[in-house]
Design a protein around this ligand. Structure first.
Ligand code: BG6
Length: 368
């Protein structure tokens, strides 16, 4: 049932192009989107004045990416919060708040409790989950299923990628309902989304050097990850994967924060993974991160750079360049996350660890 792979995680990483295609299937007609189960009217969606995304772990990182897309497309403010914090801080929630609960299992107790708390205060709740009929799906006003198929590996991979896709779909749906995007704009994002399975395939086909790199770093004490914009949550996810699978100290920072503290950590040979945004999109972002790479390298870091195909500006400062296909800035996480999953998985395997069942972790945590 591992389909010839020694671990479920390897199989699930490889299944991502199909998982994305399945999640898009039937939902992208001219940019319209059908939620699987909706008990929220268009009028109510037009009334929404704030979106709050709640989730735990990897699902929280999908939520962070959602913020960039949903705010950009809908101009509605989006907060993203870990479910366990949301619930206990007396959040400002009312009937005009749209809560988006992201949970692979649909059973995480922290997220479920946050959903109940939000509903009690009359917020509408949309669930993004991979589990049909799960508790969170049943208790929400609308459900958007990710069609990743069952995920056995404890560390989320294909469910994360499909959660990000679902968040984009939700953002486009809201933008259309609220009239904040022209049909042409929606269509162009939709077109790009449908190309994503192919792009992910390309990343998977060219990922061998990442495996070699990971094996060479199995003895490292720590790895830092840097990103900007949507690359920042990707960096957070890369670091979390490394903690979960390889039990390694891994930390991610917004690259702009470097100079405010983390740069003190840089020492000779420290591996620093940098997620670089497209130079063709917001070029300011790109230029800034290139100087961040220079800064850490000048202090001895071993720089591992994830950059778009054709981005030559990073080459002089990178010890290793990992290439991903060209995408728009907002959709880049769908390709840039993949090498980080492979990196963490391979590094853990090189240490002889069981990547499907990391110590101390459970696939679904049904206690608070
Ligand atoms: C953790 C899992 O316990 O729960 C993570 O080990 C997962 O992989 C997190 O991201 C959240 O789970 P869910 O099911 O709510 O997305």
């Amino acid at each position: 049932e591992k389909g010839g792979y020694p671990y479920f995680m390897l199989k699930e990483i490889a299944e991502q192009p199909k998982a994305v295609a399945d999640t898009l299937l039937g939902r992208l007609q001219g940019g319209s989107l059908s939620l699987d189960e909706v008990r929220i009217s268009d009028d109510d969606l037009r009334q929404v004045d704030k979106v709050i995304v709640i989730a735990c772990g990897t699902s929280y990182h999908a939520g962070l990416i959602a913020k960039y897309a949903i705010e950009h497309w809908t101009r509605v403010p989006v907060e993203v919060e870990v479910a366990s914090e949301f619930r206990y801080r007396d959040p400002i929630v009312d009937r005009d708040t749209l809560v988006v609960a992201i949970s692979q299992s649909g059973e995480s107790m922290d997220t479920l409790m946050a959903v109940r708390h939000a509903r009690k205060q009359k917020a509408r709740v949309v669930a993004i989950t991979n589990s049909n009929g799960s508790t969170i799906a049943r208790e929400s006003d609308a459900v958007l299923y990710t069609h990743a198929g069952p995920e056995v590996g404890v560390a989320a991979t294909k469910t994360f990628i499909t959660q990000v896709v679902a968040c984009y779909l939700l953002g486009l749906f809201l933008a259309r309902t609220r009239g904040t995007m022209y049909d042409d704009e929606v269509r162009s994002v939709v077109r790009e989304l449908s190309d994503m399975p192919e792009h992910i395939d390309t990343v998977l086909d060219t990922v061998e050097p990442v495996r070699e790199l990971a094996r060479s770093l199995a003895g490292a004490r720590a790895v830092l990850f840097l990103g900007r914009h949507v690359g920042y949550p990707v960096a957070l996810e890369g670091a979390l994967k490394l903690k979960e699978l390889a039990y390694m100290h891994a930390e991610a920072f917004a690259a702009g924060e470097l100079k405010h503290g983390p740069i003190a950590l840089i020492e000779d040979g420290l591996p620093v993974v940098v997620v670089v945004p497209s130079p063709r999109g917001r070029s300011v972002l790109h230029d800034k991160i290139v100087s961040n790479i220079q800064e850490v390298r000048a202090r001895g870091a071993r720089t591992i750079v994830i950059a778009e195909e054709g981005d030559e500006a990073v080459v002089p400062y990178a010890d290793t360049v990992i290439r991903v296909p060209q995408t728009s800035t907002l959709l880049a996480p769908l390709v840039s996350t993949i090498p980080l999953q492979v990196f963490a998985c391979e590094l853990a395997l090189a240490k002889g660890l069981d990547v499907d069942q990391p110590r101390n972790l459970a696939k679904s945590v049904t206690v608070e």
